[in-house]
Design a protein around this ligand. Structure first.
Ligand SMILES: Cc1ncc(COP(=O)(O)O)c(C=O)c1O
Length: 426
């Protein structure tokens, strides 16, 4: 649209563009490891009257609302809080962060002082790099060092991390990754640093919260993390938002005011019922959901590897999560390869891998297609499509016809109370 838009026409155009986007996405294999689909029930609740209301509350008292008109909202949020505490078996949940990043920023600001040392994964190791990003403002002045990473094991090098932590005594160690194939050695790290109480171990579960909820992958709070923060919309199939979880009153007493009113005033109460429904779904179906995701990811890793496309982590079974990483340097830059996949109807993420893996990487996530009904038997067809595009055996246009058929088969939504079946295909 060029020139000054006619307002009513522009509004109509936006409606049309959204349905175009939805039709196109439904025709693709969505393999972005950071995205998901909500159940129809959760999705519908996002459009309630709550979406345009304020619900600020002061401190940790969910009933201490600044605004009138919030009586039922309090009941809703108390129930959501109960569901989340039950799901994660934790005493304190702060659900007001508007995203995983905001949750992590609140925790880092609350629990460090200017000049403190923070250890976190760097970019090729998959770190979201909250401390480094905070240093982009002149208000936060943290010393940030990368966590020692072992690219062969594709995990944190626990020996070198302990050595560094004992020598430098950081204020915080942030575990967690955007390229999260295998559990971090949290038990070993926590045991080695047990005599060093000034070092807090935090765990960014943004990428694996749905697996943690399903009692798979790892249990960071029981394994030694003092607190967890996470997004609620990646593997956890909720609306966009963030959480902080901890069993420590002292930690929550510091983190909570950093979130509200430090970083968030309107916490967007419209997302809370959908968050509660996602938590209820994970209580009821979380274990089956996590098992199905991991089985699909491991099978797809093996099938892609068998088609002459390298996959990180072969010796360890490719993955213990929803994620697969493909080193693609031999096929082009990560960006070019991602674009070719997109033309073929396969939505992935271009990423940077450690130098010994050739740097150019494609990240795939199996949670969304699993939620839409994919099983290990579907993985050979997905692997064919991916490997045909990467190796150039077939053009993206040719493969596109096959991904449309696959996506049509995966049009339902499962692991929820109102499972939608895939529409019948002709
Ligand atoms: C490990 C990790 N932590 C935090 C975030 C930020 O989460 P959000 O997008 O919810 O702010 C991301 C983002 O993708 C991430 O990968």
């Amino acid at each position: 649209m060029t020139g000054r838009p006619d307002p009513a026409g522009a509004a109509q155009e936006l409606v049309r563009l959204v349905s175009e986007h939805e039709r196109w996405r439904e025709s693709c294999l969505n393999l972005v490891a950071a995205e998901n689909v909500m159940s129809p029930q959760a999705q519908a609740l996002l459009a309630s009257d709550l979406a345009s209301r304020y619900g600020d509350y002061v401190g940790r008292d969910l009933a201490a609302r600044k605004y009138f008109g919030t009586t039922v909202m309090v009941e809703i949020e108390v129930l959501v809080d109960e569901l989340l505490r039950m799901l994660f078996d934790v005493q304190f949940v702060e659900a007001r962060p508007l995203s995983g990043h905001v949750a992590g920023v609140g925790a880092v600001l609350a629990l460090t002082e200017p000049g403190d040392l923070v250890l976190e994964l760097d970019s090729p190791g998959g770190g979201h790099r909250i401390a480094e990003k905070l240093n982009a403002t002149h208000h936060a002045r943290l010393e940030v060092l990368p966590l020692p990473f072992d690219p062969e094991m594709y995990s944190i090098d626990v020996g070198r991390t302990v050595e560094l932590a004992r020598a430098r005594r950081p204020r915080m160690i942030i575990l967690g990754s955007s390229l999260f194939l295998f559990p971090h050695p949290l038990v070993e790290l926590a045991a080695a640093l047990a005599g060093q109480p000034e070092t807090l171990i935090a765990y960014d579960a943004s990428h694996v919260l749905g697996l943690v909820a399903g009692h798979r992958f790892q249990d960071p709070l029981r394994e030694g993390a003092a607190l967890v923060w996470a997004s609620t919309h990646k593997i956890f199939p909720g609306p966009p938002g963030g959480l902080v979880l901890t069993g420590s009153q002292a930690i929550m007493d510091r983190v909570s005011p950093a979130i509200y009113p430090g970083l968030v005033t309107n916490h967007n109460p419209g997302r809370m019922p959908a968050l509660g429904v996602a938590a209820a779904e994970m209580l009821a179906f979380g274990e089956a959901y996590a098992d199905a995701i991991i089985a699909n990811a491991q099978r797809l890793g093996a099938e892609i590897d068998a088609r002459d496309v390298p996959v990180v982590g072969r010796e360890r079974g490719y993955t213990s999560s929803h994620t697969l990483l493909l080193p693609v340097a031999e096929f082009g830059s990560a960006r070019e390869v991602g674009e070719r996949l997109e033309s073929a109807g396969i939505i992935s993420t271009a990423t940077r891998l450690p130098p010994m893996l050739g740097e150019a990487g494609i990240r795939l996530g199996l949670q969304e297609v699993t939620r839409r009904g994919a099983t290990p038997e579907d993985m050979p067809l997905i692997a064919d499509a991916i490997s045909d595009v990467l190796t150039g055996r077939q053009t993206s246009e040719t493969v596109r016809g096959r991904t449309r058929v696959l996506a049509a088969k995966l049009g339902g939504i499962g692991f929820c109370f109102d499972s939608a079946a895939a529409p019948a295909t002709s």
